[in-house]
Design a protein. Structure first.
Length: 338
């Protein structure tokens, strides 16, 4: 018998419990708020978390799907290659009341869904291949000078900036690496490292995504973090596309994250507050100029998230409140972008 969730009546608010069988019964408790408040002490959680937990206390017993959706939310990381699509996945699952897409959303959650068997080597390989496919398609569109459409395309286009002969040569090399049948992490790392070394010799001391080069001490190592694959690509694109200043590279990476966090936070909050869509759209369009989410794409997010979440119910309201708190206050790699 594999690991399974403990009966809900025995699980404290804000936590999840798993019991497994490794010859003897073994149990473990998981803090679902760890990636928001870096503490396991409920007394240290802020008033918003306590208010959301109070909402949970009035729901009665949660279904298995609802518990798994909340567990997946505890993995959320704004630096993960699936971001911000990870938010859309969670919104769709909340609206459908079904845990249907058990992809890995970050290194947080400290292994809860891993322990239940949802993140095995096969599923992680499939997810990594899908990530590389998205990057390859984005790079090809940039070469053709087409218009970006997906979040990954807007990121790639924004990081690279205007086309130049040297950038086009680099992108062609990147496509060869990421679009191959068997992706070589060593080849990707060497290419990205060479590009970044031309910009700054001390890039390994910088924050994310640059310090992911330290995840692999040598070419034969197994990466400690699944994110390092896309981080190599992001670092390479940032080095190629920015003005070569430390501040500009890190700020560009932060800008992509913060634009998405701002828009999605406004949209999820508007669903919770039942704000008129026109009011939501005016709030978003009034924000500062956005490079990665132009107005038309921001309005698409409004429609998509509201449609995914659907009509309000208490359980969906609680899950959406958990999601909003997780999005806006996510502490994964806290202060590591500086």
């Amino acid at each position: 018998m594999g690991a399974k969730l403990v009966a809900y009546e025995h699980v404290p608010l804000g936590f999840e419990m798993v019991i497994g069988n490794t010859g003897v019964e073994m149990g473990k408790i998981w803090n679902l708020w760890w990636n928001v408040e870096l503490t396991d002490d409920p007394e240290a959680w802020d008033s918003e978390i306590k208010s959301i937990n109070e909402m949970q206390s009035k729901l009665g017993e949660l279904s298995m799907d609802q518990r798994l959706i909340r567990a997946q939310m505890a993995e959320f990381c704004k630096l993960h290659p699936l971001f911000p699509q990870s938010i859309d996945i969670l919104c769709k699952e909340i609206g459908d009341d079904t845990f249907s897409n058990p992809v890995k959303m970050g290194c947080e959650g400290r292994g809860l869904l891993d322990s239940l068997g949802y993140h095995n080597r096969e599923s992680l390989n499939e997810q990594r291949e899908e990530t590389f496919l998205q990057y390859a398609e984005s790079l090809k569109k940039w070469l053709k000078k087409s218009l970006p459409d997906t979040p990954t395309e807007f990121k790639v286009f924004g990081f690279l900036g205007q086309s130049t002969p040297s950038k086009m040569t680099l992108v062609e090399k990147l496509i060869q690496v990421v679009d191959s049948d068997e992706i070589s992490l060593a080849s990707l790392r060497r290419l990205a490292e060479n590009v970044c070394l031309r910009v700054r010799s001390d890039f390994k001391t910088l924050g994310r995504p640059f310090n992911c080069f330290r995840c692999l001490p040598d070419e034969t190592s197994i990466p400690r973090c699944q994110c390092c694959y896309s981080m190599f690509l992001d670092a390479c694109l940032l080095c190629a596309g920015t003005s070569c200043e430390k501040k500009s590279m890190l700020d560009e990476f932060r800008r992509f994250i913060e634009e998405n966090i701002l828009v999605y936070s406004i949209v999820v909050n508007s669903w919770l507050k039942e704000a008129p869509r026109t009011r939501v759209e005016s709030l978003i369009t009034a924000c500062h100029t956005r490079r990665y989410i132009p107005d038309d794409k921001a309005l698409e997010i409004v429609k998509r998230v509201h449609s995914s979440l659907g009509e309000k119910r208490k359980i969906k309201e609680w899950l959406a409140a958990c999601l909003l708190k997780t999005i806006k206050d996510n502490q994964r790699w806290h202060k590591r972008l500086n």
